[in-house]
Design a protein around this ligand. Sequence first.
Ligand code: NAI
Length: 249
Amino acid sequence: MTMGRLDGKVALITGGARGQGEAAARLFVAEGARVVIADINDLDGKKLAADLGESAVYQHLDVSDEAGWDAAIERTVSEFGPPTVLVNNAGILHFSELGKTTLADYERVIRVNQIGAFLGMRSVVEPMTGAGGGSIVNVSSVEGLAGMPFLVAYTASKFAIRGMTKVAALELGAKNIRVNSVHPGAIDTPMVAAAAGGQKVDMSWVGKKVALGRVGQPEDIAKLVLFLASDESSYSTGAEFVADGGATA
Ligand code: NAI
């Protein structure tokens, strides 16, 4: 039997039902992890868990719901044991001009992207410490490194994730918990299609702006998340990992 790169790990992946979270869930199971797919998209989440077999379960979780996190951690512990990997991947996008962004729009994005990641990190500190350590991977964006017009709330939330990652890394290093942020460029996922009103988006223009000449695929990011979740990244914490095909080079 071949060794998996995540053998023995218990991973909770938020927003795991589709897009980059789904790609990570599939790769994690293939590499020997047991995975809790946590999402609000029950239909796709349950389908994916069934597809992945006994190494995966689906848990309904709105990442902005504090009590929901307690339930998700309890479920993880009872199914597989304490989480040793957390991927804070759930996120939403809202395009609008600064002058036309409503408070409700701004707060909605901050609640999911920023508060969701905070609650996730806070929830795993105790069980991960009890398990002897672990790895937290926070999905930010290239918009967490530089501003982007029409994305004021999203950009703010992604900068916040980058900052929170560093604080958590500094505090949790002594507990053998590593915390890193991932900064994808343009990735071809349903999020991008949804932002365009459900249309299939022609992303060929993106390829023209990146060194590698193509838009990213969810699997490109999943491979980086796998590295950070695994012991291969044992001396990396508080660090920013960019995967944008060279768009910000
Ligand atoms: P997606 O929209 O395809 O998938 C996101 C998943 O999160 C969905 O399954 C959705 O149901 C779930 N979700 C949304 N709100 C939630 C909530 N309140 N609680 C729990 N789950 C929730 O998006 P994609 O592209 O896979 O994005 C994943 C992450 O990557 C996000 O944090 C996004 O901001 C980030 N990202 C995406 C980029 C892209 O170009 N697609 C670029 C850079 C970062």
